[in-house]
Design a protein around this ligand. Structure first.
Ligand SMILES: Cc1ncc(COP(=O)(O)O)c(C=O)c1O
Length: 421
């Protein structure tokens, strides 16, 4: 294969959990599903089975819409919860804000994303309390309509069930609906050791973007709705968005296999364990300081600046001078392709996390090892010497009309071209 990238000698790449391949069980399930003829558009036994399994794990009947990407799941879910004149309250670090190319705004026909700050990429309840009431009823302003939380977050942090309940209660009290971006749902669940039901509908979640791709599927995520009244609308929206696959059986076979014999939880536990191991290993290296506590799929660290050519300091060589980031994936190293990146237990990448300006100022090259992280929004920047924690506050930056707050010291928006989802 020509499309390989250089990795560490051990054969690990650390850019993203999307670099991992697919679990053999899932590949096999897709191959098995290829035999024979079944009805199209989700009227097949694979889809039935996947739906049944999801209803089982969530301990109630759920409506399921299988989609090809997490962005589709998020955009369609939010569209079902938010009118065009509404707003979606989300953390400024959220994927829906940063990395979906305006898809939520597109799918909602123009609803606005409004940032609600909080440490560790988690929405602060007091800030949410104020946001849900802001300009409510004022015809000159968008109307707060939905709250979206990421579980696990883009930083790898995880809301406790109590925290989800609290945010949901604040939202519901003001008449808002609640969406969960669960691109890494399994990682969060395995970390908390709770049940899917407790972490979602029992805690007030109305609609879940149930991720599978990042945890072993080939390409299949699902919208799981806990509100039967949304089912018809979600069905039409999915079709209109080109997300009603004619050969739905192949998505369904992936989700079905993902949920069989706890594959999804086994993969998540492995990824979480690898993140912890990675963090522990980094902590042991002189001059590297973790700047955030490793959570399920993440570690963050800072180390002295090195030459872009000093590959011994860098986990991979995909980009050059700034810093690095990455995290853990579900999969073990590939025995057959040790020098490619397609199968790794941990990942990282060198990126322009801080940019040359930051390196001149601090002498640090920031290293982060986080699955879904948006590096420039990490709440912490650690120079050598005493650690400095930047919590909350920060200067106001305008993202479109949203006016999100970012921590001080973050690079300007135009420096973000290097980021990947
Ligand atoms: C938190 C989060 N939500 C949603 C997504 C969207 O997934 P996709 O790239 O499949 O659209 C990602 C992708 O990395 C993510 O990190």
């Amino acid at each position: 294969m020509s499309a390989t990238i250089a990795t560490t000698p051990a054969g690990h790449a650390f850019i993203s959990d999307n670099m991992a391949g697919a679990a053999p069980e899932i590949v096999q399930a897709v191959a098995d599903a290829a035999a024979g003829q079944v009805l199209p558009y989700g009227n097949d036994p694979f889809t039935d089975s996947a739906r049944r399994r999801l209803s089982e794990i969530f301990e109630r009947d759920v409506d399921v819409f299988m989609v090809s990407t997490g962005s589709a799941a998020n955009g369609l879910s939010l569209a079902a919860l938010t009118p065009p004149w509404g707003s979606v309250l989300a953390h400024p670090d959220s994927h829906i804000h940063h990395d979906e190319c305006g898809a939520p705004e597109f799918f909602t026909a123009g609803a606005k994303l409004v940032g609600v700050p909080g440490d560790n990429s988690m929405i602060d309840p007091d800030a949410l309390y104020a946001a849900v009431r802001r300009k409510a009823g004022d015809v000159h302003s968008v109307q707060p309509s939905a709250v979206s939380i990421s579980q696990a977050t883009e930083l790898g942090s995880v809301y406790t069930v109590a925290e989800i309940r609290r945010l949901s209660a604040i939202a519901k009290d003001a008449g808002l609906r609640v969406h969960m971006d669960g691109a890494r749902f399994a990682n969060a669940l395995a970390h908390l050791g709770t049940t899917p039901a407790e972490m979602t509908w029992k805690a007030g979640i109305d609609v879940l973007s149930f991720g599978a791709t990042k945890n072993g599927a080939m390409t299949a995520d699902a919208i799981v709705s806990f509100d039967p009244e949304l089912a018809t609308e979600l069905g039409f929206r999915a079709k209109r968005a080109g997300q009603l696959a004619s050969k739905m059986r192949f998505y369904a076979a992936q989700i079905d296999a993902y949920l069989t014999d706890d594959l999804w939880l086994r993969n998540a536990r492995r990824a979480n364990a690898m993140a912890t191991r990675l963090g522990d290993g980094l902590k042991a290296i002189p001059d590297i300081a973790l700047v955030a506590t490793p959570r399920p799929t993440s570690s963050s660290a800072a180390c002295p600046s090195t030459s872009p050519k000093d590959s011994s300091r860098r986990a991979t060589s995909s980009t050059t001078t700034g810093g690095s980031r990455g995290g853990s994936a579900w999969s073990p190293p590939s025995p057959t392709a040790p020098t490619t990146s397609t199968s790794s237990s941990t990942r990282s990448a060198a990126t322009h996390a801080d940019g040359p300006g930051h390196r001149r100022r601090t002498g640090l090259r920031r290293v982060r090892l986080i699955s879904p992280v948006r590096p420039e929004l990490l709440p912490v920047m650690t120079p050598l010497g005493p650690r400095r924690r930047v919590a909350g506050g920060g200067r106001e930056r305008s993202y479109g009309r949203g006016g999100f707050t970012s921590p001080p010291g973050v690079p300007p928006a135009e420096d973000r071209r290097w980021r990947s989802s």
